[in-house]
Design a protein around this ligand. Structure first.
Ligand code: GDP
Ligand code: MG
Length: 163
């Protein structure tokens, strides 16, 4: 069985861009409009000889009322359930939002390996905005740029190390 890595996070953090980079396809819908990708997508990816499956998710529906279980799309819950490792994608430029805290609270309850990914970190100095992501209490934060590729290999190595 190939390991399964799920990309979760609020809309617009760059999950689909990361998915496309990992799977080298344009399969996921990349958009400037939050929440456009409603369904999850599966893709095959590899790092050297290690093959894995990536799941992209539409994340949280922006209009879906309050409460983590209402807000979190069913597709995203299923993706997390199917995953061996969850990559919780955050926006290093935007910093933490209430939605990020909601997702963190959900993930903290699950006994599932999880890595924090600070995306859009190109050109940012270490110790910059993503330092606050450690407050979420979910462990290591890995800065990446899904758009430019920096950090993506280290991120996958760290994810596969959690298996
Ligand atoms: P999703 O909603 O989480 O799937 O996010 P998308 O992949 O659709 O990306 C949302 C927006 O962020 C798009 O405008 C992307 O071009 C942009 N984006 C994604 N990754 C990066 C990155 O590494 N750096 C920067 N600056 N922008 C990014
Ligand atoms: Mg998307």
């Amino acid at each position: 069985m190939k390991p399964v890595i799920a990309l979760v996070g609020r809309p617009n953090v760059g999950k689909s861009t990361l998915y496309n980079r990992l799977t080298k396809t344009r399969d996921a819908i990349v958009a400037d409009f939050p929440g456009l990708t409603r369904d999850r997508h599966y893709g095959s990816a590899r790092l050297g000889k290690r093959e894995f499956i990536v799941i992209d998710t539409g994340g949280f529906e922006p209009d879906a009322g309050s409460g983590i279980y209402k807000e979190m799309a069913k597709q995203t819950r299923q993706a997390v359930a199917e995953a061996d490792v969850v990559l919780f994608v955050l926006d290093a430029r935007a910093g933490l939002s209430a939605q990020d805290h909601d997702i963190a609270n959900y993930l903290r309850k699950l006994a599932k390996p999880c890595l924090l990914v600070a995306n859009k970190a190109e050109g940012m100095k270490a110790g910059a905005q993503w330092a606050e992501f450690y407050e979420l209490g979910l462990g290591e934060v890995i800065p990446v740029s899904a758009a430019h590729g920096q950090g993506v290999r280290s991120m996958i190595e760290a994810a596969l190390d959690r298996l």
